[in-house]
Design a binder for this molecule. Structure first.
Ligand code: GTP
Ligand code: MG
Length: 378
């Protein structure tokens, strides 16, 4: 089961108390202070595990507590350290702290093996042996341990994919990801077959590869919660390229141009942004006309092609079922992925340049060729 958002509570261990103790030995009537220090409390860590792809484990257990530090003892024995807790989360997990109404991002775990401390164990108290001075040889002072940190956290998994497939339910998104990668999502002739995102790795000649995400289909009014709503679009926030799939066979009974525009509008209405502030609507966009093997009315393809051409968007006619046209589409996707990666790794000063790709306008959802960063000057 795919779970991408959970609220949990973590508590680090309290530090152990320092001891109050004096040495007692035969023939030594008044031994000195020998109370040891308390041990530190255990901490809570998060570890990004590349083999996980859901936060499901946190569905059942939501409270995590590290061990408390042992108390110090006589004979200058320090208390033992409390046991740590290590929580494994999928790569792509964003960690927020909830404090009342406020939600503050603490970490974004984007690298496999990344390990962060989210609640620090309290330090142990000092035993009375630590307080002995030349004037006070029998101190009775000793400290309690300090409390460990406690936090209410929200974990939000945002998949890390280069490419997102979008389109109406039944457009053939899952069929396409199954054809181009080893992913095996469920495929069926009814809408909303895909209920949670799927990831697939696409390998091209050379060592070129990228990750594709297939998200549940969108419908008109998704931004108002229709269908599965916008809920899964957050998984596309970190993609570099969107591929918009339109069914050009007559099975949907809808108009291809309005299909395209409805989805473009829903993308435009999604408010999420990636780390650089980019919205879905600003991403590189390619269009694919799917099911050309079942193209019973060529006008359906032609009208879409004309519509997109006017907006400067290249349309790739494909059949996810037979594979026709898919190689050309993949090469085009690769070009955009590579350009996106180059932009992300380029020094900031040189960074955002417009790749000349059309972008869907923020407000209306219509497509324009205007550059991404306009100055607003006449
Ligand atoms: N003829 C033909 N049928 C296709 C093609 N691609 C997909 N289909 C069929 O279209 C139907 C829907 O395909 P899916 O891949 O499940 O569509 P989806 O976009 O993932 O749909 P949701 O998960 O519901 O959003 C299935 O019956 C597929 O077999 C194609 O290229 N040609
Ligand atoms: Mg599907």
């Amino acid at each position: 089961m795919f779970v991408d958002e959970v609220d949990i509570h973590v508590a680090a261990g309290h530090g152990g108390a320092g001891a109050l103790s004096f040495r007692r030995e035969k023939f030594v009537p008044r031994g000195g202070p020998d109370g040891g220090n308390g041990g530190p409390g255990g901490s809570v860590y998060l570890i990004a595990n590349p083999n996980l792809n859901t936060l499901l484990n946190f569905r059942f257990q939501k409270q995590f507590e590290a061990g408390r530090g042992g108390h110090g003892e006589g004979s200058n024995r320090t208390g033992r350290k409390g046991s740590d807790v290590e929580l494994q989360v999928p790569v792509g997990t964003v960690v927020y702290e909830r404090a009342g109404e406020d939600v503050v991002q603490l970490f974004d775990l984007t690298e496999g093996g990344q390990r962060v401390i989210i609640a620090k164990g309290g330090i142990g108290g000092l035993g009375n042996a630590q307080f002995a001075t030349s004037t006070n040889r029998a101190p009775r002072r000793h400290q309690p341990g300090l409390p460990g940190e406690e936090k209410d956290l929200r974990l939000h998994l945002k998949l890390l994919a280069d490419v997102g497939l979008v389109g109406f339910p039944n457009a053939g998104k899952s069929t396409l990801i199954a054809r181009i990668s080893a992913a095996r999502p469920k495929i069926a002739s009814y809408p909303f077959t895909t209920l949670t995102p799927n990831l697939g790795v696409v390998g091209l000649s050379g060592d070129r590869s990228f990750v594709v995400a297939d998200v549940p289909g969108l419908i008109e009014g998704a931004h108002e919660g229709h269908g599965l709503g916008h809920r899964f679009l957050s998984h596309l926030e970190r993609t570099k390229v969107l591929v918009h799939l339109v069914d050009v066979s007559s099975t949907s009974g809808r108009d291809t141009v309005s299909d395209f525009e409805i989805i473009a509008r829903e993308l435009a209405l999604f408010p999420g942004r990636d780390a650089s502030g980019e919205r879905l609507v600003e991403k590189r966009l390619l269009a694919a006309a799917n099911k050309i093997d079942a193209l019973d009315d060529p006008a359906r393809l032609a009208s879409l092609a004309t519509h997109l051409q006017a907006r400067g968007i290249t349309l790739y006619p494909i059949s996810a079922a037979t594979g026709e046209g898919v190689d050309q589409l993949l090469e085009a996707i690769w070009k955009q992925v590579a350009a996106g990666r180059e932009r992300d790794t380029a020094p900031a000063a040189m960074a955002p340049h417009d790749a000349g790709l059309p972008r869907v306008s923020r407000h209306t959802g219509s497509i324009s060729r205007s550059p991404r960063h306009t100055t607003g000057l006449p």
